[in-house]
Write a protein of this length. Structure first.
Lengths: 307, 327
């Protein structure tokens, strides 16, 4: 187990370097990192040159990248162009997005798995077909359309919720945005659980459990569900990273001041430090979540051993 | 593409334990006659049947396939000749009529700029279909060539390519699109398509690699090699025809998600920009007026949803028809 973790951590290094370098190149080489400092107007060439020297942007890109990463590992994410520390921005943005992601994951677990079990046990019945069709519709409608429609209906027409979220972004306000963020994954969790349950339902151990007279509820929760949830747990785990990165759209619709909002502002204003810093953290979250999922696999399924 | 990536991830995971997924409800006679592993079998009439003719037979009877194919044909038609059903010009707007509801000759009403929503919705199909088709073509060609070669030759190139795909998977798609496309000033579909190919190929490449590895272990590949066939010949004549089905399935489903992605990027303001006509732009422009003119939001949203749904359902139907394990 220990050796496996070390090997996986080592494998993460090239992926981490590669993806952060890619983002770094996109922002620094393709964009003009100092253009954001001059606001809407184009920079005066002399000013631009002065600024570039000040920020070390006149040096080769690989040097810039190494310097940046060096600072990063000492906890210095740099300063946004408005003088705010990027770590400060992260301190306000990440808790909001983490809360939003928690709400979304809860929706996936509770609704997704419940629907998946209900349909997997009743394959081919009307409820199964209906839910399957619904998941297809949810998968097809892009998140920003679902979000705008729910905002229109629940927020504007029926006034059940406030159409936009306050800066505090308490859990109560994040229920509908969380549902929107979760919607597509929710549909996948439902389909995945359904396939898995329907497949394991015919397994020998389930027949044995029924034959030895266990009550139906216990067969389902203890025997069937435990074995069927392994692929679902993997999916939800890898989804954590995707949800945090994909929250841009949801956060824009409901005006939530989280990671996606800061990133969007950073990209529009060409705020290099903010963008690279946030993306680096998101990539790390994604990689760590994937590692944890792989380790969790061994806990859930004792047949899997890591040498 | 967070909308798309998890789907394939989920599929792949579900696929690992698919052994017993053979559908017992399927008519047993036909199941027995089929030879799922091999490319050719002999049907009751005695003439050879390929995986493709089997699949086509199934598809012709599948209502889901028929409906989605009809919708897609219609979309392709209106993206080639939008003027056939919409006489107006999508860029002719009358500010005096801004946010008005439907009027004679203008069934969907007017948007915030006083443009005719019906005309713009019809013309928007062209962008979506162009981006979807070209991005899928690019991704499929790049992905299957790179992944297929890696799967066939293995070795160092395979190891390097797998790490490269890992790198691309670690970057959230919408985020990558925002970063990359925000610096592009050109207002055509090409940067959007280029970005999708750049970030989409690893997905296809993984699938292609896997299915080439499966195909190359078959006896007929060994036989061809024993007969002295060259690598290009084995790849093109023996492996490619037997490994292409999973790529086609994933590509069809991906087409729908690329359309959704284009709209999402245009909604965020980095895909296409006005005066281009795209459903994403119209939805984004209509969202501030959501209180007074919801119709300007609903029509393009509906068109987008139906389009994506049609492609995803088509992909689903094709997968069911091509995957012998699901029978």
């Amino acid at each position: 187990m220990g050796r496996y973790v070390v090997r996986r951590l080592l494998q993460m290094v090239p992926v981490f370097v590669g993806s952060t370098l890619l983002i770094f190149l996109m922002v620094n080489v393709m964009g003009d990192p100092v253009a954001g400092l001059c606001g809407e107007r184009a920079c005066d060439p002399a000013t631009a040159a002065q600024l570039k020297r000040e920020f070390g942007l006149d040096r080769p890109v690989w040097q810039q990248y190494l310097t940046y990463m060096g600072h990063l590992f000492t906890g210095d994410f740099g300063t946004a162009f408005n003088g705010q520390k990027v770590t400060e921005l992260m301190g306000t943005a990440f808790p909001v997005t983490i809360r939003l992601t928690i709400v979304a994951i809860l929706f996936e677990i509770v609704i997704g798995i419940t629907l998946g079990v209900a349909t997997g046990l009743r394959r081919g019945r009307p409820i199964d077909t209906t839910v399957l069709l619904l998941t297809l519709v949810v998968i097809s409608v892009p998140t920003f359309v679902t979000g705008l429609l729910l905002q229109l209906l629940l927020g504007v027409r029926w006034a059940w919720i406030k159409p936009s979220v306050s800066p505090d972004a308490a859990f109560g306000e994040l229920i509908v945005p969380g549902l929107v963020l979760a919607s597509v994954s929710l549909a996948y969790v439902t389909r995945l659980t359904r396939t898995s349950i329907a497949e394991n339902k015919r397994a020998d151990y389930v027949r044995t459990a029924i034959a030895k007279g266990l009550p139906r509820r216990r067969v389902i929760t203890r025997h069937l569900l435990r074995n069927s949830l392994i692929p679902v747990v993997t999916f939800i785990g890898t989804d954590i990273g995707a949800l945090m990165g994909g929250a841009i759209v949801t956060e824009r619709i409901f005006n939530i001041h989280g990671v996606g909002y800061q990133l969007y502002q950073g990209i529009l204003r060409q705020n290099t430090q903010t963008v690279v810093g946030f993306v680096t953290v998101l990539v790390l979250v994604f990689l760590v979540a994937n590692l944890l999922v792989d380790l969790l696999y061994a806990v859930l399924d004792p047949r899997i051993r890591y040498a | 593409m967070p909308e798309q990536q998890p789907y394939e991830a989920g599929r792949a995971i579900a696929g690992t334990g698919m052994g017993g997924a053979m559908d017992l409800a399927a008519s047993e006679a036909t199941t027995l006659e089929r030879t799922p592993g091999g490319p050719e079998g002999t049907g009751p009439a005695g003439k050879p049947r390929s995986l493709w003719s089997d699949a086509w037979r199934d598809l012709r009877r599948d209502p889901v396939f028929l409906v989605s194919a009809l919708v897609i044909l219609f979309l392709v038609f209106i993206s080639v000749r939008p003027s056939a059903i919409a006489s107006g010009n999508p860029l002719t707007c009358d500010l005096a009529r801004a946010q008005d509801g439907s009027a004679p000759g203008h069934p969907f009403g007017y948007d915030g700029q006083g443009c005719d929503v019906y005309t713009r919705t019809v013309y928007g199909a062209r962008t979506s279909v162009t981006v979807g088709v070209l991005a899928t073509l690019g991704v499929s060609v790049f992905g299957s060539v790179l992944g297929g070669l890696a799967g066939y030759f293995g070795g160092l190139w395979d190891a390097v390519l797998s790490r490269i795909t890992d790198i691309f998977f670690a970057i959230p798609v919408v985020l990558g699109g925002l970063v990359l496309l925000s610096v592009v000033t050109s207002n055509t579909v090409w940067p959007v398509i280029g970005f999708m190919v750049l970030l989409g190929w690893p997905q296809i490449s993984r699938i292609a690699r896997g299915s080439v590895i499966t195909a190359k272990q078959n006896d007929y590949v060994q036989a061809a090699r024993a007969l002295g066939a060259s690598d290009p010949r084995i790849l093109l004549r023996h492996i490619a025809p037997n490994a292409v089905a999973p790529v086609i399935v994933v590509a069809t489903i991906a087409l729908g998600t690329y359309i959704a992605l284009e709209a999402t990027l245009s909604y965020l303001g980095v895909g296409l920009k006005p005066p281009s006509v795209s459903w994403g732009i119209d939805i984004s422009a209509a969202s501030p007026y959501i209180r007074n003119a919801p119709h300007a939001l609903l029509w393009p949203s509906g068109a987008l949803a139906v389009t994506v749904l049609a492609f995803i359902m088509l992909g689903d139907a094709v997968r069911d028809a091509l995957d012998p394990k699901l029978r």
